[in-house]
Ligand binder design. Structure first.
Ligand SMILES: Cc1ncc(COP(=O)(O)O)c(C=O)c1O
Length: 391
């Protein structure tokens, strides 16, 4: 009995593996501080939870159309109108089972064997796995702290290949929380567009950006034909609800619809009905309040890490991650995470999940947890690094 080459080649996602190890420690009676998973502790807004109960009580919950319930697609269009002053035709909005399914559909639609997709290193690993699953090749472009760990117009130009069919950028990014400026992103999109390449822009953290007067511009503001991916997972705190969306060019809708029909029929009906409650002024105000509460959490983390003698080379622009340089400890990222979890019961994720080039040197910390947990986690990290210095 054999598994496919594709399945055999797929790399483990260490964030999950460390989560499982943390669960085993908890089962053995230890208290573990989990700073390894990118999952907000807020949960779904109360109005969404109530809407879910109502949806289940009132409906038989049949399949929706493969592109999603039209009322939700209209509500998402309204979100682009109010947040970005953009008129997006709801027909171009595809509701998906999380950003993950959007990525799956996009790669199924666009990637032929041998096609190349340009992605920055470090970046969210699963997005790349979709490319390779469909036989594509990832052109992983190394970035450094000096680039704020993001692609730039110069890097894109320098690494562009004849086989490059698409550019994939997440801004702000996972694992670094750093963003690309609208000017640079517009530049890179235009460079790719002029060469007939797709622009796949992952905006799952855009609404968790630091800006005080609304989110930064969506890529759709300057590149109407970009494929823009978003999700209910992070800003709306709905990770397990498995709901996201994307905006695709008009002429791509039909192919995406055929793929969605065949690959999973439709996104979850109750989750879609409940998600309609995301776009009320009350829910949006709550989500904004939650976003701003992430800033003091970041400060606790940055201060605590400095106190523990660990360096964060680039301050994030949003999301809820910091990317820590652990090279001064003399350990690889994997050793650091392993020992930190075993000895101090703090779970973090080694950079090897996100990057090839600097993967061994960096560790991702997610501060999407309470201030109390962060204080405790940072105290344990400080005690751990202190002990290391004494050895
Ligand atoms: C950059 C990025 N894109 C996509 C995803 C997938 O998110 P979803 O839960 O919407 O499938 C994640 C999840 O952490 C992410 O960080």
């Amino acid at each position: 009995m054999q598994y496919s080459d594709r399945a055999s080649a797929i790399a483990p996602f260490y964030a999950m593996a460390f989560g499982e190890k943390a669960t085993a420690l908890e089962a053995a009676g230890h208290s573990v501080i989990r700073l390894n998973i990118g999952e907000p502790d807020f949960g779904a807004p109360p109005a969404v939870q109530q809407a879910m109960q109502q949806a289940v009580a009132d409906n038989q919950l049949p399949y929706t159309g493969a592109l999603g319930d039209i009322r939700l697609r209209q509500a998402i269009a309204g979100f682009y109108r109010s947040q970005h002053d953009l008129a997006i035709d709801p027909q171009r909005i595809v509701v998906t089972a999380g950003a993950s399914a959007a990525l799956l559909l996009v790669c199924a639609a666009l990637v032929n064997p041998g096609d190349e997709v340009m992605v920055g290193d470090p970046s969210y690993p699963c997005n790349r796995q979709f490319v390779t699953t469909f036989g594509g090749k990832v052109n992983l472009v190394p970035t450094t702290a000096a680039d704020r760990f993001q692609l730039s117009p110069a890097l894109v130009e320098q690494h562009w290949q004849a086989a490059t069919r698409a550019l994939m950028i997440a801004t702000p990014s996972n694992p670094t929380g750093t963003a690309v400026s609208a000017g640079d992103l517009a530049h890179m999109c235009e460079f790719a567009r002029a060469r007939g390449a797709w622009r796949i822009i992952d905006e799952i953290y855009l609404n968790l950006s630091d800006s005080n007067d609304g989110p930064p511009q969506t890529a759709l503001s300057f590149d109407n034909d970009a494929i823009v991916i978003n999700s209910f997972s992070k800003y709306f705190g709905m990770t397990g609800w498995r709901l996201g969306w994307m905006v695709v060019p008009e002429n791509m809708v039909a192919v995406i619809e055929r793929l969605a029909q065949n690959l999973y029929i439709c996104p979850s009906t109750p989750a879609q009905l409940a998600a309609l409650a995301c776009f009320t002024p009350q829910t949006l105000a709550l989500c904004e309040q939650r976003r701003t509460s992430l800033l003091p959490r970041r400060k606790i983390v940055l201060d605590g890490l400095a106190d523990a003698g660990l360096t964060v080379p680039v301050t994030p622009d949003g999301a809820f991650y910091v990317y820590i340089d652990v090279s001064q400890t003399g350990m690889t990222a994997m050793e650091f995470c392993d020992r930190l979890l075993s000895e101090a019961h703090v779970a973090m994720t080694p950079g090897n999940d996100f990057g090839v080039v600097g993967g061994d040197q960096y560790v991702r910390l997610s501060y999407a947890t309470s201030e109390a947990q962060l204080h405790e986690g940072l105290a344990r990290i400080k005690a751990f690094t202190h002990k290391l210095k004494q050895c």
